[in-house]
Design a protein around this ligand. Structure first.
Ligand code: NAD
Length: 446
């Protein structure tokens, strides 16, 4: 869908008016393929701990141009502030303030990533410092310019900074794959997972199911997982059969026509997989609908289908897949679609927000259930994404929604897909039960 405002403001007369009036001027976000190397250099690693040395060494090993100080650098591609050993609020400034003087030297599409540990409710001074990282990072993300982003990695105590999840999260957040992720934290809670040797095809040899795959975000997820090397099973309602078979042909995927809310849908999916000897390593639960109405006008014909498609079907499908015992691979990954509406709430969306807040709590519990299989479950919460779903919004509401984030534009389906591909990968084995917002730091919720 066209963002006419952004097109206009990037034209010569539009840029002139924007300069004069202070109107938002959204930058072009770098995406996969726009950069010659996965990490934009030079990379400055700040911090004094052994963990900081470790991170710098790892990045050098990946061929990055790594520095430990800004010195007189004219242009800085990436900054990593390693704060794993801070013990009091006074430590924050010592490590972070050198970045202040370098903010104007950040390259277009630059990345800032903090690596720190979550507060534990044990040591007041240390927790005050650890908590401070969150406020710093979220504010810095609002101040990034020219398509740059700032995000953080929280590493649980006891997990070393060379754990696969830390390296994987760092690779994702430094890369153009996280173009629309801003002001967010990924929590690495264990040393599970493994690093991907083949960075171009991290999902090679894996089989992935995507529900609601015929169009929009689901189709982008299927394409991205396929580009990353996965074999795809694409599912959608029989009514979307034509689009689904076109996508299946394009990706050499296996199509499944199934309404996820129909009686026994989970068991039918299991039989389908067994008949074709398919074993799923990845399940992306993307099928979703909206039926917006103010709660004063809410009726069961708008409430029930939203809850049925967006959350009840996910509970039933994952139950069936787990209980079958032979259709999930080792270390399965489930990634579910939540929404920022499920975090902050949204006028006219009591039904939708109930379903999406349900998804956020569901993946946490599902992660605990999948742990014995070495599996993970996580959710991705998109903000405003340019799809047919958001094209149906009233024009003015849509225009406001697009601008209300730090990147001043709507995200693309591929941005959501990239986050899902990362959470589906072996590198994300230490990340479980969380919800990652892909919203350009939409100014709603926490
Ligand atoms: P979309 O309407 O473009 O696509 C949804 C797909 O799900 C369609 O192909 C549809 O046929 C399929 N589907 C619906 N009901 C189904 C059922 N019962 N069984 C099987 N398939 C079914 O929507 P989208 O914008 O691509 O959204 C995809 C997901 O992302 C949804 O879960 C949505 O809630 C979530 N999301 C979207 C946005 C956004 O801005 N577009 C924001 C937050 C969250």
């Amino acid at each position: 869908m066209t963002d006419t405002y952004t097109k206009f403001i990037r034209s010569a007369p539009g840029a002139f008016i924007a300069r004069r009036t202070g109107l938002p001027r959204p930058s072009t976000l770098p995406r996969r393929g726009d950069r010659p190397a996965p990490i934009l250099g030079p990379v400055v690693v700040l911090g004094e701990s052994a963990g900081a040395d470790q991170v710098a060494r790892d990045l050098l090993g990946e061929g990055a141009d790594v520095r430990r100080r800004f010195d007189e650098l004219r242009s800085v591609g990436s900054v990593i502030a390693v704060l794993d050993e801070i013990s009091a609020p006074a430590d924050l400034g010592r490590i972070l303030l050198p970045l202040a003087g370098a903010m104007r030297s950040l390259a277009p599409g630059a990345r800032v990533v903090t690596i720190s540990r979550p507060a534990q409710g044990e040591d007041p001074a240390r927790d005050a410092a650890r908590g401070g990282v969150e406020g710093f990072l979220r504010s810095l993300a609002h101040e990034m310019r020219r398509g740059g982003t700032a995000n953080g990695i929280l590493v649980q105590d006891g997990v070393d900074l060379d754990a696969p999840g830390v390296t994987g999260a760092l690779r994702f957040l430094l890369s153009a794959r996280s173009a629309f992720v801003a002001g967010q934290f990924l929590t690495v809670s264990s040393a599970a997972g493994s690093l991907t040797e083949n960075r171009d095809r991290p999902l090679a040899g894996r089989t992935a199911l995507v529900t609601g795959a015929a169009r929009g975000i689901g189709a982008a997820i299927a394409r991205t997982l396929a580009a990353d090397g996965a074999r795809l099973v694409v599912l959608d309602v029989p009514g979307a059969g034509t689009d689904l078979s076109q996508l299946a042909n394009e990706l050499r995927a296996v199509p499944v026509q199934l309404d996820v809310t129909s009686e026994g849908a989970g068991e039918r999916l299991v039989s389908f997989l067994r008949e074709r000897s398919l074993v799923l390593d990845i399940a992306v639960l993307n099928a979703g609908i909206t039926r917006d109405k103010l709660f004063a006008n809410m009726t069961s014909d708008r409430w029930d289908p939203v809850l049925a498609v967006n959350i009840a079907s996910q509970v039933a499908l994952t139950d069936a897949l787990i209980e079958a015992g032979d259709v999930l691979g080792e270390q399965p990954r489930v990634v579910s679609l939540a929404s920022t509406s499920g975090i902050a709430g949204n006028r006219g969306q009591t039904n939708y927000a109930a379903s999406k807040a349900g998804v956020i709590a569901f993946v946490d519990a599902l992660a605990a259930r999948l742990e014995s299989l070495g599996g993970t479950a996580n959710a991705v919460a998109p903000g405003f994404i340019e799809t047919e779903m958001t094209a149906k919004m009233p024009a003015l509401t849509r225009e406001v929604a697009r601008r209300l984030n730090s990147l001043q534009q709507g995200g693309l389906p591929v941005d959501v897909a990239e986050a899902i591909a990362f959470l589906s990968s072996a590198e994300a084995g230490g990340i479980r039960g969380g919800t990652l917002r892909v919203c350009g730091q939409n100014m709603v919720g926490k």
